[in-house]
Ligand binder design. Sequence first.
Ligand SMILES: *[C@@H]1O[C@H](CO)[C@@H](O)[C@H](O)[C@H]1NC(C)=O
Ligand SMILES: *[C@@H]1O[C@H](CO)[C@@H](O)[C@H](O)[C@H]1NC(C)=O
Ligand SMILES: *[C@@H]1O[C@H](CO)[C@@H](O)[C@H](O)[C@H]1NC(C)=O
Ligand SMILES: *[C@@H]1O[C@H](CO)[C@@H](O)[C@H](O)[C@H]1NC(C)=O
Ligand SMILES: *[C@@H]1O[C@H](CO)[C@@H](O)[C@H](O)[C@H]1NC(C)=O
Ligand SMILES: *[C@@H]1O[C@H](CO)[C@@H](O)[C@H](O)[C@H]1NC(C)=O
Length: 596
Amino acid sequence: MNHKMPWNLAQGTGPIMEILAAFFVGLCCVLLSNGIEVEALHNGCQNFQSHTVMLQEKQPYRTSFHFQPPENWLNGMNRPMWYKGVYHLFYQYNPYGALFGDIMIWAHSVSHDLINWIHLNHALCPTEPYDINSCWSGSATILPGKGPVILYTGIDSNHRQVQNMAVPKNLSDPLPEEWTKFPQNPIMTPPDGVEGNNFRDPTTAWLSPDGKWSVIIGSWSNNQGMAILYRSEDFVNWTKYQDPLYSTERTGMWECPDFYPVSVNSTNGADTSVLGAGFKHVMKASFNSHDYYLIGTYAPGMQKYIPDNDFTSTSKDLRYDYGKFYASKTFFDIDKNRRILWGWVNESDSIEDDTDKGWSGLQSFPRHIWLDRSGKQLVQWPIEEINKLHGKKVGFLHKKLDSGSVFEVQGITASQVDVEVVFELPELQEAEFLNPTGVDPQLLCTDANASVKGKFGPFGLLALATKDLTEHTAIFFRIFKGLKGYVILMCSDQSRSTLRDEVDKTTYGAFVDIDPRREKISLRSLIDHSIIESFGGEGKACITSRVYPKLAVHEEAHLVIFNNGTLSVTISSLNAWSMNKAQIKHKENFIGKASH
Ligand SMILES: *[C@@H]1O[C@H](CO)[C@@H](O)[C@H](O)[C@H]1NC(C)=O
Ligand SMILES: *[C@@H]1O[C@H](CO)[C@@H](O)[C@H](O)[C@H]1NC(C)=O
Ligand SMILES: *[C@@H]1O[C@H](CO)[C@@H](O)[C@H](O)[C@H]1NC(C)=O
Ligand SMILES: *[C@@H]1O[C@H](CO)[C@@H](O)[C@H](O)[C@H]1NC(C)=O
Ligand SMILES: *[C@@H]1O[C@H](CO)[C@@H](O)[C@H](O)[C@H]1NC(C)=O
Ligand SMILES: *[C@@H]1O[C@H](CO)[C@@H](O)[C@H](O)[C@H]1NC(C)=O
């Protein structure tokens, strides 16, 4: 295990413990406008009740193995954590409706395996002047020997964004469900030069070699997107450092920044405070509806982050996902020594649709994330626990796909399936030429959809397809000869995904940085009713899409392989598993936890 902390927390009974003693108790009752008395946490918002109606399982777009609340709106992710044997997921939630709301809270779910979840009472609801207009995103940090502390953005009574702190009400509780806010909140307010609406989303804190805690806050100031750095000796008294840890004129306002070490030579994760020659640092920021990242060096002595390559404001900038994926967070899973990434995947249908179905927003399937051997990009892969949901498997080896081939993968539930297909191209040198310089892969995919013939490609999957292919989402590759080596284009084409209008059918695309002379061209897709998460080149390029077929639902959905290139390609292997449904339930079902 390489996650050993490079430091020692000296204070045995530090300030956090003392503060705890001063915290207050806040469970009480509220009267709803209809006069019905309900139990509420800190009188801020109504918890999920055991009788909260779990939405119609047969709704065609409800997912079966992605995390969703029982109803209503979910957005960005608050940093998940592993604590005393249990995974905790906190997420932004509107308890009052299926759209983004004026009052957002922290909902809270727990899991033993990141697959099956239990909804607990809400962790943070607006109650105090410093968060009365919403509890927005933030992160948990586990203080060694002391337990978790939440830092979160409150929207205060003046509609300013301020940073607040909360700790478990009962530190002996292995499953901290109730959280107590620090009476001296806010602990950070917008500094000079930063507007009150551009100061949010604290990261998980890390401990620097000088023994101080550091945390960054997303911001926009002086026409620069930035990570404002705060430092503290005791986790309570935070001082803004003179300069941001990193800032740039090439982005918009930074939301949900994330900052963490990645091992240079293994897929293992590392605690956020780990430093050393064997690690690079990732800086992620959310802007322009995408999650972008840099790989670089953290120089704690200078309080600086130095990226290997800076943002360019072009399609060359690295993204976690080239489809829908935003406001993500990672956490270090100390139990399995890996770093895990989750992102928010929003809807592509209309506001009216969301209101009708009673919910919107999904969490991506959790992804193991690590630094590629090249050191140039990150790699993501569905966590291994997905195997627990694998049902019936079908598979085959060595099948040649001549030009124009279309055939169905039969014997699986195509509306909820995990499929991985590996292609081989025998005569690569016949590929068409493409100069990729300055080319936006998304535009290439948009201009040449799955009906436009090339030489090598389009070939790939047709997901959530009707039998007659009237509806389908095409996830496919095109292979080109480039200036040096080959260019692999991966596309997710939603243009024929549904007969319904009023749906965003944007096509997505990415280049996959693999060399087909040495590496096989592979595609894995997690298909789950209205979401398709695709991993190209064993996780080197990810594209997530939301689709809403009108006809290709439940038993009417099919999974098809196609090759519309003029040259043949060979499937060296295909494996597909029908997916079982994850158990996502109310807290009465959590073993070892008494309900009240
Ligand atoms: C705190 O949690 C522990 C462990 O679950 C429990 O035994 C104890 O009664 C709790 N204390 C209070 C005040 O609820
Ligand atoms: C907070 O920390 C700063 C910087 O270390 C220090 O100057 C200040 O006195 C501290 N304030 C309190 C109340 O401890
Ligand atoms: C690579 O990993 C090994 C352990 O697996 C470690 O001993 C070695 O120092 C690492 N190399 C670098 C450059 O970090
Ligand atoms: C959510 O989806 C819509 C429509 O598909 C898109 O225009 C918007 O930018 C997305 N929002 C975020 C924050 O990703
Ligand atoms: C696919 O591309 C072709 C050629 O540009 C175009 O004629 C056709 O309308 C496109 N199909 C869809 C569904 O967008
Ligand atoms: C493959 O090409 C044919 C002929 O252009 C077209 O009719 C068909 O729709 C294409 N397949 C897909 C999946 O786009």
